[in-house]
Design a protein around this ligand. Structure first.
Ligand code: ZN
Length: 229
């Protein structure tokens, strides 16, 4: 957290907060230079890790792209090396419950347990502490919000990769909907999502898009807001 603030401060001092100068944001001490004149999005992946996640991570890396993975805690130990690659490559990890129960329908104690178990396993396996949660089924209520200090993250664009079977149609839907500053919902548990991503990422790069994590997106929005003041 302090490192991030320091980086932003250094950036401000160096650039004098002028428009169209480079910005630096970071996740897991991994700094990225962002051109504020170009669009950004935050790709997010729910329900993994799975056997497809390593391929997605390689694709992201090849494209100098970063994403946020909302992981299910009971899969973390099995995919511990995948989790470590996520972190090493500068991606962000968020909490998506421990066993994918419908969080908003549980008691406060059960909600807390589902969240804590995932925080703990990530801490134990990778020394990582998420600051974000994506509620299962995108269902949020007061009880859920009051049960956690984690920031609740939904999405702007649902690629519907959980429902649409064709990778071309998933990509088409994504490319028709995505706008600057969007959070995009995908799942890293389907081969078709990986294949759709092979279409989506190059097409968006062609349009100048930069792929950042959810926390970096928030950071950038704050910096841009301050620049306008
Ligand atoms: Zn889910």
């Amino acid at each position: 957290m302090y490192k991030k603030i320091l980086l932003i401060l250094i950036c401000f001092i160096l650039t004098g907060c002028k428009d169209n100068t480079e910005l630096v944001v970071s996740t897991n001490n991994f700094s990225k230079v962002i051109d504020p004149s170009k669009p950004v999005i935050a790709l997010t992946f729910d329900d993994g890790p799975s056997k497809y996640t390593d391929d997605i991570l390689s694709l992201l890396k090849e494209n100098n792209a970063y994403a946020t993975f909302f992981v299910v805690g009971n899969k973390v130990e099995t995919y511990s090396s995948t989790i470590n690659t996520m972190i090493k490559n500068g991606n962000e990890i968020g909490n998506h419950s421990y066993s994918h129960k419908w969080l908003s329908r549980l008691s406060t104690n059960s909600i807390k347990e589902e969240i804590e178990l995932t925080q703990n396993v990530l801490k134990n396996i990778a020394g990582y502490t998420p600051t974000l949660i994506r509620p299962t089924y995108g269902a949020v209520n007061k009880k859920l919000r009051n049960s956690t200090d984690l920031k609740v993250i939904l999405w702007d664009v649902d690629t519907k990769d959980w429902k649409i079977k064709s990778e071309e149609k998933i990509a088409e839907r994504a490319l028709n909907s995505i706008e600057d500053g969007d959070i995009v919902l995908m799942h890293d548990i389907y081969g078709r999502s990986y294949n759709a991503l092979k279409i989506i990422i190059p097409a968006l790069k062609e349009e100048g898009y930069q792929f950042v994590t959810v926390s970096e997106l928030h950071e950038l929005k704050e910096i841009k807001k301050k620049m306008k003041e």
